[in-house]
Ligand binder design. Structure first.
Ligand SMILES: O=C(O)CCC(=O)C(=O)O
Length: 260
């Protein structure tokens, strides 16, 4: 596990097989440690200066800033990174678009674990053929700083309810056998990234270190999946109609990300 990625975006068959089998792969050094440090500094500054509410929510598990790419030129560059988008499309095997990004930052010493959950059912797409997230570590993220864990192969589970990220027990109550599934726990170096399927069961640990754990997460969705009409903080202000295509100017297709 842990693959190096070349500038030409070659994703080997081995990586594709691993993604299809487990629902997650780790790709090393999607950005350099220096770039990660830069984006981390920008992110922490944004969190410090943005009042709570709106797209910035400050919680016990993590502080979340949704659509940060729309408010920060520097983070826009990261979210629309053609290399990350190209890997996402390659893994998904179809054209994708940006759904939204978010900063997920765990406060030093006190942030609690993120409970096991699936992502895709939280999103307002009608039968997307694929969704996935790129979770980029902006500093070294060992287990103690709250790295992610995944239940290998759980992206095939379609009968789970929408599980909240704060409820540590519900997922076990829903499916007691899941507690005994193999877990892939993935500590990341600064600049490493995991790509996880929108249906995989995943969680993150508490941050018991003295440093912030800052992740920049970019979510991609099937470019052709229509809006479902379900409520979501990102789409609610847009007055979309159920069944319509997601507008390209607001949710840019990966094919428009450009060269780097
Ligand atoms: O970073 C975390 O604590 C959780 C991340 C997560 O659930 C996700 O990126 O889908």
């Amino acid at each position: 596990m842990g693959h190096e990625i070349q500038m030409d975006m070659e994703i080997s068959q081995e990586v594709l097989d691993e993604y299809q089998r487990n629902g997650v792969v780790k790709v090393e050094q999607v950005i350099s440690p220096e770039e990660a440090a830069h984006y981390r500094e920008v992110t922490l500054e944004i969190l410090e200066t943005t009042p709570h509410g709106g797209s910035a929510r400050y919680g016990k598990i993590f502080h979340q800033y949704v659509d940060v790419w729309r408010d920060s030129e520097a983070l826009r560059e990261l979210t629309l990174h053609p290399k990350v988008g190209a890997v996402a499309e390659k893994l998904a095997g179809m054209p994708m678009r940006l759904w939204h990004d978010h900063t997920l930052a765990k406060e030093p010493s006190k942030a609690q674990p993120t409970a096991f959950h699936q992502d895709q059912m939280k999103w307002p797409f009608d039968k997307p053929r694929h969704t996935l997230s790129a979770w980029i570590a902006l500093q070294d993220t060992p287990v103690e700083r709250g790295c992610m864990s995944f239940l290998a192969g759980s992206h095939r589970l379609e009968d789970l309810p929408n599980l909240g990220t704060g409820d540590q027990d519900r997922w076990k109550a829903e499916r007691p056998d899941l507690e005994w599934w193999p877990r892939l726990t993935m500590p990341l170096r600064a600049g490493d990234c995991t790509f996880h399927h929108g249906m995989i069961m995943h969680a993150a640990g508490a941050n018991v270190t003295e440093e912030w754990r800052v992740a920049h997460v970019i979510i991609f969705a099937d470019r052709d999946a229509p809006y479902s009409g379900a409520n979501h903080v990102v789409t609610d202000p847009l007055n979309l109609t159920a069944g319509q295509q997601m507008p390209d100017d607001r949710f840019p297709p990966v094919s428009t990300f450009g060269d780097r």
